[in-house]
Every structure is written in C-alpha cells, then in structure tokens.
Design a protein around this ligand. Sequence first.
Ligand SMILES: [Zn+2]
Length: 471
Amino acid sequence: MRYVPVIGLEIHAEMLTNSKVFCGCANEFGGAQNDRVCPRCSGMPGTLPVVNQGAVTLAAKAGFALECTVNNYSAFDRKNYFYPDLPKAYQITQFQYPICTNGHIRVCDTDIRINRIHIEEDAGKLVHDDYEGISMADYNRCGVPLIEIVTEPDFRTVEQVQAFVEEIALRLKYAGVCDSRMEQGSLRVDVNISIMPEGSSEFGTRAEIKNLNSVKAIGRAIEYEIKRQAEILDKGGKVVQETRRFNDNHGDTKALRSKEEAHDYRYFPEPDIPPVYLSDEQIEQIRKSMPEPPNMRFERYTKEYGLPADDARLIVLDKDFSDFYDETVKLCPSYKQVSNLMLVELNRCLNDSGTAVCDLKFTPAALAELVKLSDAGTISKNAAKDVLRTMFETGKAAEEIAKEQNLIMSNDTGELEAIVDKVIAENADSVESYKSGNQKVFGFLMGQVIRFAGKGANMQVAKDILTKKLQ
Ligand SMILES: [Zn+2]
C-alpha cells in the first residue's frame, strides 16, 4: 500500500544570552566539564531562580522572526521527570502560557503552522564514552536558555521538513537569537512522524525521533521511519507510540522509551518565578529592533537589484557575507558586478584559505572602490579579479594595487598602434594566413599584442586596432 507521512517538529534552539536563564553562570559552548555551574543551576535545595530578561527578549524576537504573536502574558511551569543530567528532577518550562503562539512559515509552497514557542532551560549532558562502564554527568549545559518551537503536523514530505529547518535556522541567526550551529547542538530537532494510507485523512500512531542534529540526518531518519512503519502496517501490525533514537552510523532508529503524555510530567505552575508580563510598548520596541529577515533580503536582491534567484540565495545564506554585500552596494550600486566578484572571486579566496568574512583585511568601502575603478574603465573586469585577490592577501587599496601591477588601462592608442604594427611586421606568415581566411590566427596575434602591451592594456581598443590593420 502507498502511504503519506504526517510530520510535526519540535525544535530546540539555544539562545545567545551571555548568562544562563535562571542564574549568572556564563552561557558558553565548550570548556572544561562542570566549569560553569553554581548552586542554582545544579539544583541545590533552597536556591531561587531569577529570569534572565535577555532570554525573554530573545524569545520574543524569535516570535517575530517566525511570524508568531508575541503574548503580553506568559508564565513558567515545572515539568517533572527524573534524569541524571537534570539534578532538580524537574525542568522549568512554559506549558500553559507560552511566550509566542500562532506562527507560520511558508516553505516549498506549503504553509507550515507554528503552534507555539516557549522558553525553557536545557538539561546537562551525560558523557558515556570516556570511561568503560561509567557514565559521567556534565552540568555546564544545565540552565542554558532554550526556546522550543512546536509546529503543527503540517509536513508531508522530507523536502518540506528540511527546507523548514534550514529556514528556521537562518531566521534565528539573522534575528540574533541562536547561532544555529546544528553540529554543536545549539539547534536540535525532534521529529514526530506517523503514516496514513494515501487518500486517507485519519492520522496514524506516531513515533518521535529525538535530537537530530543535521539536516541530512533528519532526512535519513524520516526515510527510515516511513519504511519501518509501512512494513509494520503492511503486515497487519500496529505502530507503537514511542520515542526513538536515530543512529547516524547505522542509518536506523531504535526504541528508547514509550512516549509520555503531558499528564505523565505532572506539570504545575512554577511557584518561584512570577509570570512574565510584556506591555504593548515593550513588544513594539522589540519588533522595531528586529533586523531585516533573510526572506525580505532575498526579495530585495531579486526584485530591486535584479540578481538571479540562485545568486541572491547564496548571498543571503551567510549573514556576514550578506551584510558585507549590502554595505558595498550602498557605496557602489553595481549590484551584479559586486555580487559576481563576491560570489566567485571572494568566495574562492575564503574557501581556499579557510577564513570567514569577519576576518577580511579590507572593508566594504574598499571593495566599492575596486568596483568603481572597473566600472569607470580604469581597470578591466579581469584585472578587477586579480586586484581583489591581492586585496584579500594584503589588505591594500585597489588603486594602489592596480598601479603596482600595471593594471591601469592605457588610453594611449598611439602606443597600442605601434605595438600592433610591430606584431604584424614580426609575424608576416601568420598575417598572410589570416588574410587567406584562417580566422584562428587572430587569437595568436592578439596574444602577441597583449604580451607587449601588458595586462593593463585596453583589450577592446587593442582588438579594434588589430582588426583594422589586418584588413
Ligand atoms: Zn549557575
């Protein structure tokens, strides 16, 4: 039988605050184990949590980035469960009154509804690998501020899920909410998936696959799960509601535990934290502080600047790169020329050297100067590429490099004419061959002209002179 998958997501994103959500410990990745822990985040009895206002603001920003309603009133609850990396034996989260609700994002021509975004604290980490037969608890991650983004089960294909996760990661990054480094676990995805016979509208029993940390793994896990559930149903069996773990090495999923329902967690209002109230003015202030989101940038690049969609997408994918582009075209609005130089030449330099845009030795203003030189015909388009490479290596100004490397195009046609005459005189055989119809020789003769004139020569003018003199 043919089946259609029904998929919903729960995405956990670590927020970029300086400190943890309920204490003053630093919110950083890496470092020595249990180095950033205090009595509050390690769950000592009698300690009191205090909400980090920065986390509240970032969660509201996430709401705007994902086109949700940011609520005036939200409140914290305790979610009770025992796990060795959660020393309090409960997690502080928002259950009944989340900070954001009712969002939607359009991907692959499908509207995906976002049910809610709520704030919660992350748990610690268990380290299983370092010691034989022993598990170690690292509490550095305890109390790191998270948002959980919960979608409706609106996905029907792997492509929709992957495009959505990429879009969310990018939007959160642009909004400054999360660095979206999936490989470091700062963005983790749980996939709820069931299948139903094609044509049916009744959802099947779902399985939840926890903690997927790459877009590729999400795709493989979903493909595997569709196959697994289809085999069970084809044999007349029933899918069990459970939580499963995806094994990246084997490409399969294994049952972890039977899926809990909300009532298993015995949620109740967190008595130690007062509700969060954001006034309309505060919410409006946060909205106004939002930078232009990547989807609007894409529109601007394609519609206003006339860039091809593929180029626009490539620029938008990296916020620093896109910021650099924007600063450059503000000073020199040769949209396509700047885009070409950055996407081809600059990207090649960055990739070859393994550096990032933030490490560049030159500014957007310096790049704008280079493009102006090329636009004015002072240097050729080809020479602009050479100059950019040297700018990348040395950080020197474009004009200085162009002079040093003799790339300033000469408008002295007399000099070029003399060179052409010399080339024609020294290559009588080739000239004869050209005149008797061998067009290919022209390239050779042009090569000779360039050899004497240098790269700074105005190629178009040289070509015109040579053509004229050969007639
Ligand atoms: Zn702490």
